[in-house]
Design a protein around this ligand. Structure first.
Ligand SMILES: [Zn+2]
Ligand SMILES: [Zn+2]
Length: 313
């Protein structure tokens, strides 16, 4: 049994020894997500959608090693260090058009599968047309997705575009050295790319044992945030934990009565296999419960946009 550190103990630890971040491991990040999505899809009400996302994660895993992401600009890295800003800022920074090649490769590999529904194929055709005929519109959609501007997003296309953007950003993040990531970046956003986290996870093992990390929805970086703290507004006074009665013990929602938001918290001590993006996607009933209790999600899931589940039906 792993021992969980209490809040006071964590604060009294030598902070230089706490691993403040974990950059994504290119060889495993998408493979683990695909495996978990498949595992969770068994007997699940949204099995078809989870399996489609598992197939996308398989392809992301295959595309990552050869992703033509640009090399990091030393001047931009220095500037990020000087200002405590994420070095691979997702919003407001020009993307290399190579991410659209990732999208094309993703669509090509998906097209070869014999399990896709006509609706999914139709969305893929729309994306092909956008990529070849209206790249500026595709770039605008990518901007809206990265900024979570729901009103400007086609929710059926969004998971595919996001999947390509994840490969592009994860490839760059996995090539960073942790010392290139500044300390003191804005609270609640990814220190590498500035995106919002999908959820948090309490890890077991090694130097991370008992510690809680937020997980980036875009580049898959994880960064340490003290437990029993609102990951949205940083308050630590009005934190409550919620779970589905009789549901998995590893899944809770951490809510805050100061800002009335919540994020899910997955506990590896209860289930070693938890994976933030996959487990968040497979635990929608907890979102329903939280909505009924009057809390709002602090940020969305990168593979599910409002109404996106219709893609698989
Ligand atoms: Zn990130
Ligand atoms: Zn809060």
């Amino acid at each position: 049994m792993q021992r969980i550190l209490e809040r006071g103990e964590i604060e009294s630890l030598d902070h230089t020894k706490i691993p403040r971040l974990r950059l994504p491991e290119g060889g495993t990040v998408f493979a683990e997500r695909a495996a978990r999505l498949r595992q969770l899809s068994a007997g699940h009400a949204a099995a078809a959608y989870l399996q489609l996302m598992a197939q996308i994660a398989d392809i992301q895993h295959r595309l990552l090693p050869d992703c033509p992401a640009p090399t990091l600009d030393p001047e931009a890295l220095q500037l990020a260090q000087a200002h405590g800003m994420p070095p691979l800022q997702a919003i407001g920074r020009e993307r290399d058009p190579s991410w659209r090649h990732v999208l094309q490769a993703l669509l090509d590999q998906l097209a070869g599968l014999d399990t896709l529904t006509p609706q999914t194929r139709s969305v893929m055709t729309q994306l092909q047309t956008l990529r070849t005929q209206s790249p500026d519109d595709l770039e605008s959609l990518a901007d809206a997705i990265l900024a979570e501007r729901d009103a400007d997003i086609d929710c059926q296309q969004a998971p595919f575009i996001m999947a390509a953007l994840q490969v592009y950003w994860t490839a760059q993040a996995s090539r960073l050295d942790p010392v290139q990531v500044p300390h003191g970046t804005p609270f609640g956003t990814c220190p590498v790319c500035g995106s919002l986290p999908v959820a948090s996870i309490q890890r077991v093992g090694g130097t991370r044992d008992g510690l809680r990390f937020l997980c980036c929805s875009l580049c898959a970086t994880e960064w340490h945030v003290v437990r029993v703290t609102c990951t949205h507004c940083e308050n630590n006074k009005s934190i409550l934990y919620h779970s589905i009665e009789g549901g998995p013990e590893a899944i809770q929602a951490e809510s805050c009565d100061e800002c009335h938001s919540y994020r899910k918290l997955f506990n590896q001590e209860k289930d070693l296999e938890v994976e933030p993006v996959a487990d968040d996607l497979a635990s929608i009933p907890l979102d329903v419960l939280m909505g009924e209790a009057g809390y709002s999600r602090a940020s969305g899931n990168p593979l599910l946009w409002q109404g996106a589940a219709a893609t698989s039906e």
